[in-house]
Unconditional design. Sequence first.
Length: 241
Amino acid sequence: MSTDDERLFALHDEVTRKADQMRVALGADTTTVTEDPHRQIAVRWADDVPEIEIGTFWRTAIAPDELATAVLTTVGTAALERLGAWKQAFGSEAPTVPTRSTLTATRTGGEIDRLIEDADGDALHRNVNRFLEDYSERLRQSLDIVRERASRATTASDRGGHVHVVLGPANDLRELEFDRDWLRSAAGEEVTSALRAALANARAAAQDDTPQGLFAGTPLDVYATELADPVELVRMLTRGE
């Protein structure tokens, strides 16, 4: 096995380890509650979505005209705190997590070794160049699709039309507006219920548009799915013409 091959295998293993580390970090407990200074707005994350609750005595601390801004600010603070927790869990000091079977473990005495040893050098070189060109083109196309999807925003309201929200594709609450006449007498429980209903309607509409996420169905996503098995990738690169 050449030094270049060893470096390739080591790189693959490192990427796999980092991917597994990120998977564990994203799956970590995110039930921490973020509150506004008056403790009348509480935000917690559930399934990557901010769950917002308005307190019983919100009107004694927050003017009705200022509630939307206070909610948006609290949601933003919660998002920053969550990002900080991810950074800590995925940082250089984070513990190493158990990984899936890597290319290094798979290759020894296996089909990858045999494929590389039997490969025609010229064919391998041509296939690698074609793979890189095709991958680059798929990446460019996929990024264009993701940028277009990421620019989309979904507008929705609750059934009574008391709360209007604008939700981004990453479930980010971009805009919030309350019916001011209704808000002057609405109890915290009513505001919470209407706000959650509006957010749920926005998420449902967004899922109908992009049901599997930003990268789903893109050329790069399909490519990654087809070549998820390292043996299949090496088989493709060593295939003669």
